[in-house]
Design a protein around this ligand. Structure first.
Ligand SMILES: NC(=O)C1=CN([C@@H]2O[C@H](COP(=O)(O)OP(=O)(O)OC[C@H]3O[C@@H](n4cnc5c(N)ncnc54)[C@H](O)[C@@H]3O)[C@@H](O)[C@H]2O)C=CC1
Ligand SMILES: CC(=O)C(C)=O
Length: 258
């Protein structure tokens, strides 16, 4: 059955992969990103329309409470309801904990933890008002289960998503809302280009060598692509996952084992 979906951070990378997969599954998909990526967001929206589905492009910063409320309102105005929220937007920074400033910490938590919280809360309010339940899905990471050194404050933000996902699942089950998170490993997106560059600098490696080194951890033998994660989110958005809630599942080619 076709649902109305909102995906944040959908201009590129994993968010784009999720938006296109959910459109291919037959859903109508509103897409969000920051204003600086409005052009790329329009390209994603065109691909959704070309797939025969309805869409809306909504530029908003997910760390801003008023912007997140407005984003959910725009989705409902454009598509008619909000049935699935995918709080995917996130940022990364590679830095030893001894060098992380309070400003670095606040920015990381503002986008990756507060942003996900605001999206979960605004979506749940809308879904409760609609009275038909819903699916709330968030971006965590394998580092929500075991941190990577030099990604300390990023890892903390993802542990926050995992805890929030459990609490939200407890509170909103009575409304028929399930809340789950996906935990990718090493996905070859702009985020890992940045991580590779910064890890290479700090470890005296050349560009491309850090991702190669970390990829040796992947038992299935290849770096992930956004479609790997999108396939799992497709399941979380579908009725097949109706009896699953509060979980943060690793989809990492076998780096970590719960
Ligand atoms: N690439 C990877 O290996 C992994 C990624 N993840 C998580 O998956 C999610 C997506 O990651 P990627 O696609 O790799 O990253 P990416 O950097 O390629 O894309 C992230 C998107 O989020 C948007 N964004 C950033 N801050 C925003 C804000 N305040 N408001 C709205 N949009 C904002 C960016 O503009 C960008 O389009 C993130 O939450 C990330 O932490 C988790 C595990 C591994
Ligand atoms: C970016 C990220 O979460 C990892 C594990 O690489």
């Amino acid at each position: 059955m076709s649902k109305n979906v909102l995906v944040t951070g959908a201009a590129r990378g994993i968010g784009k992969g999720i938006a296109l997969r959910l459109a291919a599954d037959g859903h109508d998909v509103a897409v969000n990103d920051i204003a600086a990526n409005a052009g790329e967001l329009e390209t994603v929206a065109k691909e959704i329309r070309d797939a025969g589905r309805r869409t809306a492009t909504i530029t908003a910063d997910v760390s801003d409470p008023a912007a997140v409320t407005g984003m959910v309102e725009r989705t409902v105005e454009s598509l008619g309801s909000l049935d699935v929220m995918v709080a995917n937007a996130g940022i990364a920074q590679v830095l030893p904990l001894l060098e992380v400033t309070p400003e670095d910490w606040d920015r990381m938590l503002a986008v990756n933890a507060r942003g996900v919280f605001l999206c979960y809360q605004a979506a749940a309010r809308q879904m409760i008002a609609q009275g038909n339940g819903g699916k709330i899905i968030g971006a965590a990471s394998i580092v929500a289960h075991r941190p990577f050194a030099l990604l300390g404050h990023y890892s903390a933000s993802k542990w926050a998503v995992r805890g929030l996902t459990q609490a939200a699942a407890m509170e909103w089950a009575q409304h028929g809302i399930t809340v789950n998170a996906y935990c990718p490993g090493i996905v070859g997106t702009a985020m890992w280009d940045l991580i590779d560059e910064k890890l290479a600098e700090s470890e005296g490696l050349r560009k491309g060598q850090a991702i190669e080194k970390y990829s040796n951890l992947i038992h299935l033998g290849r770096v992930s692509v956004p479609e790997d994660v999108a396939a799992y989110v497709s399941y979380l958005a579908s009725p097949d996952s109706d009896y699953m809630t509060g979980q943060s599942v690793m989809i990492d080619g076998g780096i970590q084992f719960a």
